[in-house]
Design a protein. Structure first.
Length: 173
């Protein structure tokens, strides 16, 4: 299952306010096959645009994007997940925000099972190890992301009491 709840906020915010809650509710359930198909299509469009533009997608403006190539913890199948990243100097970080949901996204469990993956960033593709940060360090990075993209601040609030995990992307040497 591909998890794109992080991008639902971007998709839904283009709608008039009276449709916003309905739009978010549609994507809140990842068990509905129709919803999954929409999410997979959305991911495929973001990934195609990312690859054709050297790492950007119009829906995210200048926000830095990565594509994580994870292996399904249960299925063993390749999963490609586009995410907004935090760039801090030469370091990259991603957050298992799931759009502020009460549970972690599926890719979180995939990374915990197999943290050595392929990452796409800009025009680069590289092998990396993703390491979950200790809670205090992860929350500091998440607050830094929220300063750049305020919706991440909203995710912190709506996910509570769940603490949103943060991962450091370390390039293989």
């Amino acid at each position: 299952m591909v998890d794109v709840v992080d991008v639902v906020d971007v998709m839904c915010r283009t709608l008039p306010d009276n449709y916003l809650i309905t739009c978010k509710a549609l994507f809140a359930s990842t068990s509905d096959p129709g919803t999954l198909a929409l999410m997979n299509d959305w991911n495929a469009q973001i990934i195609a645009e990312f690859r054709s533009t050297g790492g950007k997608a119009a829906q995210f403006g200048d926000a830095p994007l990565v594509i994580l190539h994870t292996i399904g913890a249960k299925s063993g199948e390749l999963r490609e997940i586009p995410l907004v990243a935090l760039v801090d100097g030469a370091d990259l970080y991603v957050f298992a925000s799931r759009g502020g949901a009460a549970t972690n996204p599926d890719w979180y469990h995939n990374l915990k099972a197999q943290p050595e993956i392929t990452v796409e960033y800009g025009t680069e593709t590289f092998t990396a190890t993703l390491t979950e940060l200790p809670e205090d360090e992860g929350q500091a990075k998440l607050r830094a992301q929220a300063e750049l993209m305020p919706q991440f601040g909203e995710y912190i609030t709506t996910a509570a009491p769940r603490v949103i995990p943060a991962f450091h992307i370390a390039r293989a040497t």
